[in-house]
Design a protein around this ligand. Structure first.
Ligand code: SF4
Length: 219
C-alpha cells in the first residue's frame, strides 16, 4: 500500500472514531457512575461490592450508611459480622465483607484511611482487581483509563472497535483507538449505551443514534 493511501485510510479511521465518540458524548453529555457515594472511600467500597451484583442492590444496602458518613474507621469498629449484616442482600456478601474489612485494615495502616492513587496501590487491596482499580483511577483521579466490564466489552465489539476475547486485551485495544480527550468518560458512554440501547439479548438498533455507523446494526 502506498504511503498516501495509508495516510488516507488512517485519516478515515480517525475521523470515524471521532464521529462515534462525539455522538456518544452528545448522547451522554455528563456521564457518571450509577453507584451512589459521597467520598472516594465510599466509592471504593461500592465498587468492591458491585462485582457480579447490580448497582441498584449495592446502592440500596449502602446509601443509608453513606448518608451517615460511613468511613474506614466505622467499618473497622463494626467488624466483619455487623458489616456483613448490612450487605447480606448483595451477591457473594460473605467474601465481600471479608475483603472490605481486610482492605480497611490496610488503608488504616498504610494510607491513613485514605485510598491509594496508584494502580499498584489499589490492586494490592483485597477484592480490588484491574477493573475496580481502573474505575477508581478514572472516576476519582481522572486518569485516562477504561474499565472493561460486560457492557463495555459487548458494545465496543459490536461497534467494531475490537475483536479481542479478554478484558485486558480489549482494554489495551480501546486505549489505542479512543482519543484521550474522551477518556475516562468513554467507560460510562459504553455502559450507559449497553444498559439503555445496545442491550445484551436484543439491541434496540432501530432507536440507536449510532446505527448508521455501526457494523452490527440490525436492519
Ligand atoms: S446499532 Fe445496534 S448493535 Fe450497533 S451500537 Fe446501536 S444498538 Fe448496538
Amino acid at each position: 500500500m502506498s504511503r498516501s493511501k495509508l495516510v488516507n485510510k488512517n485519516a478515515r479511521v480517525t475521523a470515524s472514531i471521532n464521529d462515534l465518540m462525539q455522538r456518544l458524548n452528545d448522547l451522554y453529555p455528563d456521564p457518571k457512575t450509577e453507584l451512589v457515594y459521597n467520598t472516594p472511600f465510599q466509592l471504593l467500597v461500592s465498587v468492591i461490592l458491585s462485582a457480579q451484583a447490580t448497582d441498584v442492590s449495592v446502592n440500596k444496602a449502602m446509601e443509608p450508611l453513606y448518608c451517615k458518613g460511613l468511613g474506614c474507621d466505622d467499618i473497622l469498629d463494626m467488624g466483619e459480622n455487623q458489616f456483613l449484616a448490612h450487605i447480606k442482600s448483595i451477591g457473594l456478601a460473605p467474601t465481600k465483607a471479608k475483603n472490605v474489612l481486610a482492605t480497611c485494615r490496610i488503608l488504616k495502616e498504610k494510607y491513613a484511611g485514605l485510598i491509594p492513587s496508584t494502580r499498584a496501590g489499589l490492586e494490592s487491596l483485597p477484592g480490588v482487581g484491574r477493573k475496580t482499580a481502573s474505575v477508581i483511577l478514572g472516576e476519582i483521579f481522572k486518569e485516562p483509563t477504561i474499565a472493561v466490564d460486560t457492557h463495555v466489552f459487548r458494545v465496543t465489539q459490536r461497534l467494531g472497535l475490537h475483536k479481542e476475547t479478554t478484558p485486558v486485551k480489549t482494554e489495551e485495544q480501546l486505549l489505542k483507538v479512543i482519543p484521550s480527550t474522551f477518556l475516562p468518560k468513554a467507560h460510562h458512554f459504553f455502559i450507559l449505551h449497553g444498559r439503555r440501547v445496545c442491550k445484551a439479548q436484543k439491541p434496540l438498533c432501530n432507536r440507536c443514534t449510532l446505527r448508521t455507523i455501526c457494523p452490527s446494526a440490525e436492519q
